[in-house]
Design a protein around this ligand. Sequence first.
Ligand code: 4NP
Length: 158
Amino acid sequence: MSVKVLFVCLGNICRSPTAHGVFQALVQRESMGERITIDSAGTGDWHVGKAPDRRAQQAAAERGYDLSGLRARQVARPDFDHYDYVLAMDNSNLSDLKRLAPSHFKGHLGLFLDFARRSAAREVPDPYYGGDEGFAEVLDMVEDAAEGLLDDIRQRLV
Ligand code: 4NP
């Protein structure tokens, strides 16, 4: 039995693939790969099948994360039967997910940054229409929250 985590943003080409790649790397580094399953998805369908945004891939690669193998998909109702944590990047994603979630969902549906310890922000800002610095800021927030999330999962597993 593994703990299953789904990261969700709007397009699944910037923020949630970044969270996916960063958390995957942390989980591998901590030898937790057998116990934690990770995926990401978007609430929208515009970019389905596409690799992450070139700027997101570049910013991640500068910190040693490889996002090149990820492909965008749209979140769907059956995801709630599969995942234990469904983590939204911003409040708009979260309200879309709350509308989609079946009433029997017993997992954790919330904001990813609720697990952050250094960042006071609760939402990961959408970097899509901004400059390269937005992608570095996303990585800072995501790295912070990834550590907090892993600690939360570890407490569940003991
Ligand atoms: P993401 O960023 O939600 O972090 O993947 C976006 C990507 C694409 C669009 C919006 C946000 N878009 O409007 O196409």
